[in-house]
Design a protein around this ligand. Structure first.
Ligand SMILES: [Fe+2]
Ligand SMILES: [Fe+2]
Length: 245
């Protein structure tokens, strides 16, 4: 991923306008990038008692730490793959969903009159977030522990859940489809996450956050639907075949 040249004289608002993902660093540090966006980075940092060079490094790091693109999910063990999904995609969603929820609610309330589609975005996002949070909990508390135990040979998954592991997997896949429908609707409503020309930085950051969420969900669901789940079902079939022989 390429990084742009940025320096401490650039205003905070400009930095977020160029790369809305930088809003995450500013939110973490409590730097106001919306109404206080006209301040140069140096001045905004001094006001908070922060080292501008250190903040600059954080901004660059945020651009580079974009994803686990280099990861070869197929080479991990089933347990390692569950760990990876929890530590990257689930951790990201747990941090990002409440941040996006707050921004979307704010933009829908402030700009809903002029951009009524943001109210629809808000209405789609709320149940999407609730369902996704419950979905992750089911994976972390039920399905992933079953997969880890099965791989270690501690339990036969088919006995443990009163049926095959394919049943909870089918349920998770169905929920992935629902999440995919919600994401498609969000993309449609926002015309591909395009902010109005005069949108404020919070508006831009909310839509950019949704675009990133969509990209991360695509990776996340791919690793579950296309790598973890088929391998777990294969493992169970082999285990059952070995048990019969
Ligand atoms: Fe997941
Ligand atoms: Fe999932």
């Amino acid at each position: 991923m390429t990084t742009t040249n940025i320096d401490v004289a650039t205003t905070v608002g400009q930095l977020v306008t160029e790369r809305p993902a930088r809003s995450r660093v500013f939110q973490e540090l409590g730097i106001d990038f919306c109404c206080g966006g006209k301040k140069p980075l140096q001045e905004a940092c001094h006001a908070k008692g922060l080292d501008p060079q250190a903040v600059l490094q954080m901004l660059l790091a945020a651009e580079q730490a974009d994803d686990s693109q280099g990861l070869d999910a197929a080479r991990l063990s089933l347990g390692e793959l569950c760990d990876h999904i929890e530590q990257t995609h689930h951790a990201y969603l747990k941090q990002e969903l409440p941040r996006l929820q707050a921004m979307i609610a704010k933009v829908a309330a402030v700009h809903g009159e002029r951009c009524p589609w943001m109210r629809d975005v808000h209405e789609v996002f709320e149940p999407f977030m609730r369902e996704l949070t419950s979905h992750m909990m089911k994976e972390e508390q039920v399905l992933f522990p079953m997969i880890r135990a099965m791989e270690l040979g501690k339990t036969n998954a088919a006995c443990h859940c009163g049926g095959t592991i394919a049943n909870p997997i089918r349920m998770m896949e169905h929920e992935h489809d629902d999440a995919g429908d919600a994401l498609r609707r969000l993309r449609e409503l926002t015309d591909g996450y395009s902010p109005p020309a005069d949108a404020c930085n919070t508006f831009r950051a909310a839509l950019d956050g949704l675009r990133e969420l969509e990209a991360d969900m695509h990776q996340h669901v791919h690793k579950e639907n296309n790598v973890l789940f088929p391998r777990a079902m294969d493992h169970e079939s082999q285990q059952m075949a070995a048990g019969k022989s």
